[in-house]
Design a protein around this ligand. Structure first.
Ligand code: NAD
Length: 321
């Protein structure tokens, strides 16, 4: 029996695959390499239990024939659907980006699951489905859900489509809503952005927004641990869980200062205006992981520790390029 991971060559996909392979699981991976890279798969390639295909899953015939190909060796019993557009601002310049890569990837994943009789789905959703609720804690049953980015809207639409599929042909669905996940191999995000900016301009760091944005950060190793914990312990037919840090998070100013210290201590930090990094950025939110804690999982690292660990890892990653 095998697990199929979409978006495997991206940041979360690689970490998830490594952990599942460690547990002796057979893994098939798909990615169109639009954001993920073959380099990210180096640690997985060559593993006897791993196979990869470069496919755009919005192309349904190609998606189908890849599954048929994979199933010649092993039946797929579960899909972890991680493929999406991870560049939120890109969705404002062109809203078809999220329609295609964030929603149609989910829609097609559900279609192939129905056709091939694959009954269990795990889905990487996002805190972006909630929208901006200020100081109101984001709990799983909060409403109304009014996302402020196309990315958030298409993740919410994906959740809705999964709920419909669970009514008829899925036996279980796990919807993980996570906010900011950090670590390596970093493909995007504020830390990678800062490290790269400082490498090309060591005397100055331009920050999007005034630095007051405050968010919780979870290390990817903990995210993977939490997702597997929920998959193994939750009994609901459609399990919806927030996964995040168990604190109020850290500011962008803290991240900028820590990155400067690590990469280019002489650099001056130049802040922008307003408390948003970009249109659609939720500047501050209170994330509740009470439901997850009740199930029995709590993160070991706080946001600050996770940020310090990830910055060191990203600095090393970038120095090896
Ligand atoms: N990293 C975070 O902080 C975060 C937060 C919330 C939700 N998520 C979600 O978790 C998942 C993984 O995120 P990530 O950080 O690893 O992003 P990522 O960009 O590193 O990985 C996504 C992968 O999907 C692939 N992909 C995109 N469109 C595709 C398509 N049409 N066909 C096949 N592959 C396609 C990309 O090439 C990429 O490798 C995504 O669904 C993302 O929305 C991530």
């Amino acid at each position: 029996m095998a697990i199929l991971i979409t978006g495997i060559a991206g940041f979360v996909g690689v970490n998830l695959a490594q952990e599942l392979l460690r547990h002796g699981q057979r893994i098939f991976g798909i990615d169109n390499l639009s954001r993920g890279t073959l380099e990210n798969l180096t640690g997985l390639n060559g593993h006897a239990n791993f196979a990869f295909a470069e496919v755009d899953i919005t192309n349904l015939p190609n998606f189908r024939s890849t599954i048929r190909q994979f199933e010649l060796t092993e039946n797929i019993t579960e899909i972890w659907h991680l493929a999406a557009n991870s560049d939120i601002p890109a969705g404002f310049n062109d809203s078809t980006v999220d329609l295609k890569d964030t929603f149609m990837t989910t829609f097609n994943t559900l279609l192939v699951m129905k056709e091939f009789g694959i009954k269990s789905l795990a889905f990487a959703s996002s805190s972006a489905i909630y929208g901006d609720h200020g100081d109101v804690p984001l709990v799983e049953n909060l409403g109304p859900l009014l996302p402020i980015s196309n990315y958030g809207a298409m993740k919410l639409a994906s959740e809705a489509a999964i709920s419909v599929a669970a009514e008829s042909y899925l036996s279980s669905a796990f919807i993980f809503r996570f906010p900011n996940v950090i670590g390596i191999p970093a493909t995007h995000g504020v830390m990678l952005d800062f490290v790269r900016k400082l490498k090309s301009k060591p005397r100055e760091l331009d920050v999007l927004g005034n630095g007051s944005q405050q968010k919780g950060y979870l290390h990817v190793e903990e995210l993977v641990d939490a997702m597997l914990f929920i998959r193994n312990h939750s009994q609901e037919k459609v399990s919806v869980y927030n996964i995040g840090a168990d604190d109020e998070g850290v500011t962008v100013k803290f991240i900028a200062e820590t990155t400067v210290k690590a990469v280019s201590p002489q650099a001056q930090i130049v802040y922008g205006e307003g408390n948003k990094g970009w249109v659609g950025d939720v500047p501050k939110f209170v994330y509740s992981i009470d439901k997850l804690k009740k199930l029995g999982w709590t993160p070991k690292l706080g946001s600050e520790q996770a940020v310090l660990k990830a910055i060191q890892q990203i600095v090393t990653q970038e120095s090896l390029r």
